[in-house]
Design a protein around this ligand. Sequence first.
Ligand code: HEM
Ligand code: MG
Length: 298
Amino acid sequence: MQNAQKSIFTEGFRHHYALELKLRQGASDQDFLLALRTALSNGLDNPPQCAVGFGPDLWKRLSPDQVPADLTSFQAIKSPVTVDAPASQGDLWLWFKNNDPSSVFDAALIARNALIDTCEVILSQPGFIYYESMDLMGFEDGTANPKEDDRFPAALVASHQPGADGSIVFTQKWVHNLPKFNALDDDEQGRVIGRTKYDNEELEGDDMPDDSHVSRTDVKIDGVAQKIWRQSFPFGTTEEHGLYFLSFACETQRIQVQLDRMFGIADDGLYDRITEFSTPVTGAYWFAPSQSALDRLI
Ligand code: HEM
Ligand code: MG
């Protein structure tokens, strides 16, 4: 953990910005790394914290001896039973956060301008914390995150493994249909999520549907809970809004298992009812190397 990018674990910042970029055809990795160095030295007085992740293909070229065992690009999921999960895999992911929206905006714009000759922008997504860390659907998001020291084995590649102290990042922009969700009464909304709306208790026994969001994502394999570290943030306007889902895991498999269960690819054929009320429009995996691996590179 000492060696992880520290911004992966810092919480409480109210303003966020995610940039997802793709190397331009013909741009060299060397020119890209020079541009990245400039992008991250913004000279601001109150610079936002920033986490950096690389697309799997680029990371394999840049640091072939530090590639986590199951790191892969995100592949679109064609669902037989609910909405599809499209892929928008890029080469660079930057996540800025601060309590001052001006500093977040400036840092994102400076980074974008430094990178624009070598990269095209796939996604440029500002966001914010809604009340006390609620999703726009009105439920607290992050409750079942691992706590304290349990965060690190969930989020970071284990020591002595290739990519140690790095993290496999998954990002997925979801656009909500709030009128449809808000037409449900509170109990039915609770059955979609798997928790009660106001006291945020997990539903138990027969009250917990097999197709609630919690049922689809709270997974054990061989007795091991497939915990991940989530840091999603809401975004949007009155016309289009949703959640920028953002998570960190020790291995790609942990996320992919949850996605397969959400989109009806798992053996039981069930899907996550949350997909009736929100639709993913992007999806990508990234590798956020340890701080020392990042320092060596740039
Ligand atoms: C739990 C919202 C997408 C993984 C939750 C909870 C909410 C929520 C309200 C319950 C409180 C909590 O424990 O945080 C959403 C929304 C999504 C979304 C609004 C998109 C529209 C995803 C995706 C994944 C995921 C794409 C994984 C690939 C999880 C996990 C939990 C969780 C692991 C904790 C389950 C448990 O152990 O109880 N989410 N989520 N979520 N979500 Fe999501
Ligand atoms: Mg549970």
